[in-house]
Each structure stands twice: as C-alpha cells, then as structure tokens.
Write a protein of this length. Structure first.
Length: 662
C-alpha cells in the first residue's frame, strides 16, 4: 500500500509539474543592423557574401519604410525605430547628426520637429526602454538615444569588447545611394555586417533592415528584411499588422526586439512584431518573389492614373454613342467601361509581376479580362432583351463576387490591382481588407445589384427585405475585421442600404428616419469595432485600434491625419479638383432631378427600370458620406461614379422594359 501511495503521489506531482510553464531561458542577445536603401536586387553572393550566407538560414521579407514623407530618409528610419512610430527629419535628407560626448547633437530640435506631424512620435522611447545597449555608428545612436538624446554606449566601429557586454547592439552599416557608387556602398555595408557578426561570440538573433529609401532616391520602394536566430525559421517574414507573407513594417522592428529580449512594453510602440509566415523557397527564389512585391507596387504606382484615364475615355465614348443613338455601340462600350474596375483586380490572378515585362503583361491581362466580362454581360443582354437591367446587373454581380471573395480569402487581389486599391505596401496606409477605391467599386456595384434583385421579388415589403438581407451581407463583408475591415465604408454603406430598402418598399423618408439610418450605421460599425477591440492587442485591426485611440485620447490626431490626407489629395489634383467638384454636383443633381438637365435617356431608364432611381440615389448617398468620412476625399465619389455611370448608359439605351413584379 505504501508503494502504491508513493507511486500515486509521484504521478500526481509529475502531471502537475508537466502543466506548469517551463522557466524561460535567458533571452539571446539581439543584433540589429540597418542598411539604408538596401534592396533584394543588391543581395548576391558576389556583392554581399555575409548577407547571402546569413539569408540561407533566415526568415526573409521586405520592409515598408514609409515614415512621414513620401520618400523616407535614413534619419527618418532611425527616428522611427527610436519612437516606435512613424517619425521624420528634414524632407531633403540631410546628414545624420553627430554624436559628441555621448549625446546626439540637435536632439531637442529633432524631437520638436515631430509636432508638425500627426503621428505623435516621441523619439527616445527605445533608449529609455533598454537598460544596456550598444550603438555602432551615428544612425544607431539616433535609434538608441534616450529622451534627452544621451546614448549609453556608443562606438564608431564594431568590436568584441564593444558588442559582447550588452544584450542589444544596433549597427548603422551605412546608406546605399541610387546610381553612381551603389555597388561600392553595398559591398562596404556587407563588410560592416561581417564585422558585427564576427564581434558577437554568443548565439545571437540577427535582424537586418533596409530601413529607408536611398538618400538621393527619386521615389519610395520596399527594402530588405531578414531575421535569423531564436524564434525564426526559414520562412517568409510577416506580421499581424500586414497579414501579408513577405511584408513587414519598420515600426514593428522595435516591438520585435522588445519581445525577443522580454523587455517591458511601452505605450509608444506597436503591438505587433516580425514573425514567421509561410515557408519560403531557396534564398535566390525567395529574393525574386520578394522583388516581385516591390515590382508590383512600383507598376501600380505608375499605372493607376493611365488606367483611370482609359476608363474615363471609354465611358465618354459610350456617352457619345448614346447621344448619337448608336445603342448597341453605347451598350458595348458602357459594359466595357464598367468591366474595367473588376478586371483591374482579377488580372492579379495570373501573377503578371513575375513576367519579364510586368507593365505590358498587366495591361494585357486587364484588357482581356475586361473584354471577357463585357462579353458575358453583353451576351446576357442579347439573350434577355426584355430585361433592361440584366447587362448592368451581370457586371455588378461579377464585381461583387470577385471583390468579396478576395477579401474573404486574404485580400490577395487588393495587393496587385492597377486601379490603386489603397493597400499598396509603398503607401503603407493599409495592407489588407478594402481600401477606399476597392470599397467604392464594391459599394456602387452592390447598390446597383440590389436594385436589380428587388425587381424580381413580389410585394413591396419583400423587395425591401431582399435589399436589407443581401445588403447586410455586403456590409458584413465590408466591415468584418478579418475580411474588409473597413470602418468608414460601413458608415457609408449602411445608410445607403437602409435608404434603398425604404425606397423600394415605398416607405416615406422623413427627417427622423434619415437620422435613424445614420445612427444605425454608427451602431453597426461601433459594435464591430468594439468586438475587434476585445480581441488581444496583437490581433486587432485598425477597427479595434480606433477604439483604443479614443480611450487613449488620440482621436483628434487620427482625425487630423485623415483630414490632412484628404486635403492633400485635393491639392495634389489641382485643376482636376476644381473641375471635379462641379461635375460631381451636376451628376448628383441629375440623379435626383434628371428633368433639370433634360436627361431624357435617364428619365426613360427610370420609367422602364423603377428601382434604378433609388439605386442611384443610394450610390449618391454612399458617395457623399464616403467623401466626408474617408481620408481619400474626392477619390471615393469619383470611383463610385466611374463604376456606376457606364452601367447607367447601358440602362439608358436598352429597348426593353423591366417587368416589375407587384
């Protein structure tokens, strides 16, 4: 019996011990190496033997270095690491400050300069957080300076004596210029990396970042990101803030070090860090794939305006054909113009950025896809001539299905659309879900599709029920944190859907009901945001982040940043803004009162397709609210009109009459 009792006690103690967390091992030292301007095309065994060898057993990625200016200077990158938020120095990329007597010169001016930006960055947070860290080079000193600009340990060159004492070492390996002298600078940076690696005698976690654009760069680009050591495998790097295999953000590098060294977290650093993503191929192939991300981003940046110009030209031709009473030509051109937006997304399915001529391949893919969608819609129109709405409804349905499927499955097509979806890694505004352009295309298509569906339902209440049911599904796709994650989009789409449902159900719209529709939008988006906020901080999207900003008293800076972006877009557009505003007003008035402009085609379309008028009015409501609440400003109504107007042309030149069900 005694042996049985002893055996039972030992078993119980063993089970209990097995459930207790193991004692955490001492964190491995961390070495952070910043090489401003470094791209994956620079990394070759011949030019960068140390970096190439390191990449063999590392997690690889690209880092978006967007700070406060369109082009990130080396000082911007080091200040961003210091603050844990986007920060910046002079826009002209001046020299890094000197370090005299263990203090960064001009530090008070660098800190004060952040007040002109809306990110509320306070450099010095990293230096306060780390009790023992070594800065090698002037850039590293900027990153590790404390709130007063003092650097605890500063050396000019890496050595065993300097690097082996503290758990954290940050090395400024130099800046790579664009053009002349680039190859020599890349080799020199690799030599400095090799010196730092040789000066570490203990197992070390190494993080390498091309933490800014070139000092003389003409435009922004993605840069090298690499992590090897404890916690990192031979995968693609990612982070929860991007949810994009192979892409990380620069501010998350500081949070990564905090996690690796088990440091106390501060309020000014992000809650996400670099982590392992999906498995990667061999380093050379992985580098080609990562270069492809940057290639796609550059093509999108250059080709968005030309594509919009092509769409506008096709729509104008469709209007011209309609005026000249060339109904078949007008319908064909209208369907083609309406098919371009969804085709700009669907073209990403072929991986055009991997081709030898990515720009040409992208354009071919977009045009071919648009022709196929337009042909499908035109065929439906010819097969069912008595249904005026069938052509527009076909294009709208394809658009809704493609965009909804994309955000539900990870927003992959949002990353590569020539239309400029707002999830560009270079712009670094958002990395998943619906950007403002994608939302505008989606919302306009949803509202037109709802109007078409309502015509095929018996009874006015049933019509309203269909609009509400399908419309709320669209709202869920747009707003759910793991799908569209679109805060402003929900605020614009909910009242539009409610007003459309009321109109098709012949429910009179009173001021009180309009106010209630607006409140409903606030309640819906507030509920989604709070649900997202209740998740762990590292899992939140910007919906939950917005709630946290309110709690932290940062609502006004966030709103100010959106206003600055919206105003900046309007200013950048210049004369186009002055033209666009009266055009928008004229179009909006025409939708409600076509008789004022003698829009006979639209009047006839309203008569033969009774739900078209409330659908277009709902589009106008969504456009106005979206313009007011989103940081893209004029882009939202412009994109909605670009999506809806060609379909209106098609409806206006059709001969059939919708068989409206009572």
């Amino acid at each position: 019996m005694r042996r049985i009792v002893v055996a039972l006690v030992c078993t119980v103690l063993g089970v209990v011990a097995g459930t207790l967390p193991a004692a955490a091992a001492d964190p491995a030292p961390v070495l952070v190496v910043g090489i401003a301007g470094l791209r994956w095309t620079d990394v070759t065994p011949e030019q960068t033997p140390n970096l190439s060898k390191l990449a063999g057993n590392a997690a690889l990625g690209t880092v978006t270095v967007r700070a406060v200016h369109e082009r990130a200077c080396p000082l911007d990158g080091w200040l961003t690491l210091s603050a844990g938020r986007r920060a910046g120095g002079p826009q002209d990329c001046g020299e890094l400050p000197d370090v005299v007597g263990g203090k960064v010169e001009g530090w008070p001016e660098l800190v004060a300069a952040q007040q002109q930006f809306s990110y509320r960055a306070t450099p010095g947070g990293w230096g306060e957080q780390v009790t023992c860290a070594t800065a090698v080079g002037r850039g590293a000193a900027v990153a590790l300076a404390d709130r007063q600009g003092n650097v605890d340990r500063y050396v000019e060159e890496p050595s065993i004596d300097a690097l082996d004492d503290c758990p954290l070492t940050v090395v400024d390996a130099g800046a790579i210029p664009a053009g002349s002298g680039r190859e020599a600078a890349v080799k020199a940076a690799d030599v400095r990396l090799g010196q730092a690696l040789g000066a570490t005698t203990r197992p070390t976690t190494v993080l390498v970042a091309g933490l800014s654009d070139e000092p003389n760069a003409t435009g922004p680009a993605l840069r090298v990101a690499l992590a090897t050591g404890r916690g990192f495998d031979t995968d693609y790097l990612t982070s929860h803030s991007t949810r994009w295999p192979g892409l990380v953000q620069l501010p998350d590098l500081r949070a990564t070090v905090t996690e690796l060294l088990a440091l106390p977290k501060t309020d000014d650093e992000p809650n996400t860090q670099w982590e392992n993503g999906k498995p990667r191929p061999e380093p050379a192939e992985a580098a080609r794939e990562l270069t492809g991300i940057d290639t796609a981003a550059q093509v999108l940046r250059e080709q968005a305006i030309p594509l919009i110009a092509v769409i506008a030209a096709v729509v104008l031709l469709a209007f011209g054909a309609a005026v000249l009473r060339r109904s078949h030509l007008a319908a064909a051109l209208g369907l083609l113009g309406a098919a371009f937006p969804v085709s700009a997304y669907a073209a990403g399915l072929i991986g055009w950025w991997r081709s030898d001529s990515p720009t040409r391949t992208a354009w071919i893919a977009v045009v071919v896809c648009a022709l196929l969608v337009a042909a499908l819609a035109y065929g439906a129109r010819r097969a069912l001539p008595h249904l005026r709405f069938v052509g527009p409804a076909t294009v709208a349905a394809v658009t809704v299905v493609v965009l909804a499927a994309d955000v539900i499955t990870g927003s992959n097509l949002q990353h590569t659309t020539l239309l400029g979806s707002g999830v560009s890694p270079i712009l670094a505004g958002r990395f998943f879900g619906f950007g403002n352009v994608a939302f505008s295309v989606f919302a306009a298509s949803v509202l037109l599709l709802l109007g078409a569906l309502a015509t095929q339902v018996n009874g006015r209440l049933a019509k309203g029920g269909v609009v509400l049911g399908v419309g709320l599904l669209a709202v869920a796709v747009d707003g759910w944190p793991d799908w569209g994650a679109d805060f402003g989009g929900v605020l614009a789409l909910v009242p539009a859907v409610l007003l459309l449902a009321a109109n098709v159900a012949n429910i009179r719209l009173t001021p009180l009901r309009v106010i209630l529709a607006g409140l409903a939008a606030v309640v819906v988006v507030g509920g989604i945001a709070v649900a997202d906020w209740l998740r762990p901080a590292a899992d939140r999207t910007h919906l939950g982040g917005f709630v946290q900003q309110i709690l932290d008293g940062e609502l006004w800076p966030a709103l100010l940043r959106k206003l600055e972006t919206s105003f900046g877009i309007a200013v950048a557009a210049g004369v186009l803004s002055l033209i666009a505003i009266p055009v928008f007003i004229a179009v909006f008035v025409t939708v409600f009162r076509p008789d004022w402009f003698r829009a006979n085609g639209l009047i006839k379309a309203y008569e033969s397709w009774p739900t078209l008028k409330p659908s277009l009015q709902a589009v106008v409501v969504a456009a106005i609210v979206g313009f007011a609440l989103n940081d893209s400003g004029l882009v939202v109504p412009a994109t909605m009109l670009m999506t809806a107007l060609p379909l209106v042309v098609v409806a206006s030149v059709s001969n059939g009459r919708v068989r409206e069900r009572a």
